[in-house]
Design a protein around this ligand. Structure first.
Ligand code: SAM
Length: 293
């Protein structure tokens, strides 16, 4: 039997004094709040949240009673000093956002920087994140990816980002609101072409979770007669990935390579021909067939 690589613990944890806790909360399904998060939210001295009405609903569901203060993009600069002084005085503070992992396209990074600059500890109680939840459902390679969050409306900057997405070897992750998702898909189609592989995740973890694919053209066709509602996260597959990671596509190319070689073409000429045809580097195709094959 192989040795376990991870060591786990299930320590019942009292929040530590002078620690800032970044607590991940559900992105739809309340049952995704972890037992550890519940414990910390119950026992910290104070919870900072984007909107007290929202977080109060979460706390009520879990029968958590605690003090809430707002921390959002409008007041974060003025709140930092008071949070820092509460931590210095020995309190523990939690930060949550309306949904998901705080700081990921949500406020809080300035606060964390300030706490670290003051040599205090920051500990994350991890929870769901829409970006990663959508990525792992996409079927695309997940080891390297680019996270854009919401992309700008500014025409010039937007075009530059879309061009980068077009050229990217790795999947790109984007957030978008329901009333702008069609515009984003249209813009992407114009730059990347309708055949570019995407996975559009809607209402992740919720009752009516949906995943649209396999490419921009098809998703636009499916959404054309409805007014999009709910929350959307879009994954655009990487450019080369599409060609190189699909085992089926590679198998077909290998078969063509062997056929061409059987028909009399040299290994090198056959690879050259297929490289041009599929716009894939010649050595990648050449190496599909070894001398022993
Ligand atoms: N910090 C959050 C996280 O970790 O996922 C993201 C906050 S960002 C302000 C909100 C955006 O995340 C939404 O507009 C949507 O694009 C995406 N999102 C959040 N919840 C989602 C869900 N349940 N399904 C799909 N996308 C979601």
């Amino acid at each position: 039997m192989s040795e376990a690589h991870h060591s786990f613990c299930h320590r019942d944890e009292e929040p530590e004094k002078k620690v800032l806790y970044i607590v991940g909360t559900p992105i739809g399904n309340l049952l995704d709040l972890s037992p550890r998060a519940i414990n910390i939210l119950k026992n910290v001295s104070l919870i900072c949240c984007e909107d007290t009405r929202n977080t109060r609903k979460l706390l009520n569901f879990f029968k958590i009673k605690n003090r809430l203060v707002t921390l959002n993009q409008h007041n974060i600069n003025s709140k930092i000093a008071s949070i820092l002084s509460q931590l210095k005085s020995g309190k523990s503070v939690a930060v949550v956002s309306d949904a998901g992992m705080p700081l990921i396209n949500d406020p809080g990074d300035k606060l964390v920087k300030c706490i670290k600059d003051n040599f205090l500890d920051v500990i994350c109680i991890p929870g769901p994140c829409a970006a990663l939840t959508a990525l792992v459902c996409s079927g695309f390679s997940c080891s390297k990816f680019i996270f854009y969050g919401f992309i700008t409306k500014n025409k010039k900057d937007r075009k530059e980002i879309l061009e980068n997405i077009k050229q990217s070897k790795y999947p790109s992750i984007l957030y978008e609101s329901p009333n702008r998702i069609l515009k984003l898909l249209d813009d992407l189609q114009e730059i990347c072409g309708g055949q570019r592989e995407i996975n559009l995740a809607r209402e992740l973890t919720k009752k009516f979770e949906q995943h649209y694919g396999p490419n921009i053209e098809e998703v636009l066709r499916n959404l054309s007669n409805i007014k999009p509602k709910g929350e959307f996260t879009l994954i655009v597959n990487g450019y080369e990935d599409k060609k190189l990671s699909s085992i089926e596509a590679l198998d077909n190319i290998k078969k063509d390579l062997l056929d061409l070689m059987k028909a009399g073409l040299s290994h090198s000429s056959a690879a050259n021909y297929l490289a041009k045809k599929h716009n894939i580097p010649k050595n990648k195709i050449y190496s599909l067939v070894t001398n022993q094959t």
